[in-house]
Design a protein around this ligand. Structure first.
Ligand SMILES: O=C(O)CCC(=O)C(=O)O
Ligand SMILES: [Fe+2]
Length: 296
């Protein structure tokens, strides 16, 4: 897999072996630095869970800001922002609902300040030197709202790696870690994030053909469910296979929200009103339209 991503580099002078055999549901604490144990766990398993990195007030502030922006875009009939489609579906009462909302840190100072906060510096250092927040690049800071209701655009998300997107952007993926903030208490019955530990080390063939991208929703014997509390932060390697399972509940009780923070190291490529829609979003939009037709 060396052609697809640089390997992680351990902190200087450290032989990080002690994190390799920890239980897969280990919850770490984010401090001023990534510890050798955390580094080793990430290298071995391809992910890390940090316990409650955001406070309840911060979670509420972020969601309030994103919801206010969503209401504006719904009222204005906005379909795309900087070329990226808003995934629009139905909410709990059949109302218009944005399931995947890009560029949140451009439209809210609160979210912008949060994602630029110093507490994320250790994570930025883990990704690379001179890591920046891609506020206005790729899809920006993305908020996902999963809901299990008729007509939902996004009750679940099939197996994928995030690195494939870079291939679709027509270049080799850089080392990429996906950093996700979680807003809801999620246990197995609530669906949520499932991932295959160690699958980031599978080689190019596994990365490309390990599963049918986004089509396959089946449970994997090696998958791990990631339980979250509001404010938890997860990191996963861009080559790791993961999916989001549908909630066993319906309606408001099924709501799950996650926000992904793009920390980037590659060439600066800001987007604006004239940016084109990347090809994979055209395909995604067709698939969502097809699924929604079945509910009509
Ligand atoms: O909602 C999540 O936690 C995962 C989302 C995801 O995998 C993605 O958007 O690529
Ligand atoms: Fe993903």
């Amino acid at each position: 897999m060396s052609a697809l991503a640089e390997t992680t580099v351990p902190p200087e002078g450290v032989a990080p072996t002690s994190g390799r055999n920890l239980p897969l549901d280990t919850r770490f604490t984010l401090g001023a630095e990534i510890t050798p144990q955390q580094w080793a766990f990430l290298d071995e398993n391809g992910f890390l869970i940090f316990d409650q990195v955001a406070s309840a007030d911060e979670c509420a502030g972020i969601l309030a800001a994103a919801d206010a922006q969503a209401a504006k875009w719904i009222a204005a009939g906005t379909k795309k922002v900087y070329g990226i489609p808003l995934f629009r579906g139905r909410g709990v009462d059949g109302e218009e609902f944005i399931a995947r909302q890009p560029f949140n840190s451009v439209f809210s100072d609160y979210i912008r300040d949060f994602v630029h906060d110093d507490r994320f510096q250790p994570i930025r250092d883990l990704i690379g030197k001179n890591t920046r927040v891609g506020d206005q690049e790729k899809d920006g800071v993305v908020l996902n709202r999963y809901l299990n209701v008729p007509g939902s655009a996004y009750p679940r998300l099939g197996w994928h790696t995030d690195g494939l997107r870079d291939i679709v952007y027509m270049r080799m993926p850089k080392r990429m870690l996906n950093v996700g903030l979680h807003f809801d208490r999620i246990t197995r019955e609530d669906g949520g994030l499932r991932l295959i530990p160690g699958s980031h080390k599978q080689g190019v063939k596994g990365f490309l053909f390990g599963k049918a991208y986004f089509m396959d929703h089946r449970e994997d014997p090696n998958e791990v469910m990631v339980e979250t509390k509001p404010g938890d932060l997860t990191i996963h390697d861009g080559r790791l296979w993961h999916r989001v399972e549908k909630s066993q509940h319906t309606g408001q009780r099924s709501l799950r929200r996650s926000m992904y923070l793009p920390y980037l190291t590659d060439e600066y490529q800001p987007k604006d009103e004239n940016s084109r829609t990347p090809p994979y979003h055209h395909i995604g939009a067709l698939v969502r339209r097809f699924k929604q037709l079945r509910f009509k």
